[in-house]
Design a protein around this ligand. Sequence first.
Ligand code: GTP
Ligand code: MG
Length: 304
Amino acid sequence: MSWFGKLKTALGRSRESLAGVETLAQQRRPLDRDFWDELEEILIAADFGVPTADKILDGLQTVSRQEFWSRSDQAVSRFKQDVRRFLTLPNAALRLSSRPAVILVVGVNGSGKTTTVGKLGRYLSSAGKRVMFVAADTFRAAAAEQLGVWAERCGAEFVRGREGSDPSSVVYDGLAAAKARNVDVVLIDTAGRLQTKSNLMDELKKMRRIIERETGRPPDETLLVVDGTTGQNAISQAKLFNEATALTGVVVTKLDSTAKGGVLVAIVDTLVVPIKFIGLGEGIDELSPFDPATFIDALFASAA
Ligand SMILES: Nc1nc2c(ncn2[C@@H]2O[C@H](COP(=O)(O)OP(=O)(O)OP(=O)(O)O)[C@@H](O)[C@H]2O)c(=O)[nH]1
Ligand SMILES: [Mg+2]
């Protein structure tokens, strides 16, 4: 199956959540109050969230008046362009400007951080990079073992600490080992849950300080991993992390599962941080750089 075919298959549920938009276009209806209400309902059911849905619809209604549109297919075609515009932010590509480059991976428990580190390791080592994984999740018993398995799968160097040890000291050890072993990219996997939320945020800040002290720079990337199936919950979690650490990118996982397409638009609109990758399955190769144009094509392609 082609890569685009795979993307289309993975996004099946998301596409279903927006199928009503295609129906509205095919009906070639007048742009009356009922039309706008129905479109809004579809967007909210597809996890756009009320603020983002309203922002898109307000813009669309203004243009429809200015350009004297009369039919729903015109509005829907512009709608797709607008969604694509909403999803497009600068700096969407992974930025690895220093050596070793440091990628800090954060997010709530179960969002897919460790899996994403594993997939990113494969992605980067396939591109010829020497990769190291650092297990800074010392909170959960099996966390380091889980990351170790991913490291073996993609031939990454691996640094871990003792269970319950200070995550920042593991980060410190990891950075020292990375310099000694001539590593190109250090990926740091963090805990998703501690005793309290403020502990978690404090710990992330501390790791960030260690990285700055040891490399002279903030992490090249601080990626927030978000479970796309958690809908509007994902948005409020993302906001919390964005306040605690300067995020440079988002990875939305489980788009092959019950996620609805609108959640990506809501995330980008709320955080103003680009989505850099999407997770399309549990396998090591099921991660894709995020490209808004391809995503929109796959999201709206008729189910042929
Ligand atoms: N279907 C699907 N499942 C995924 C994807 N990414 C991760 N998962 C699954 O989500 C579950 C949690 O993934 P982890 O990588 O362990 O999540 P985590 O954020 O590291 O979790 P904690 O370490 O507990 O905070 C696992 O069962 C993964 O296989 C994805 O893109 N698609
Ligand atoms: Mg984990």
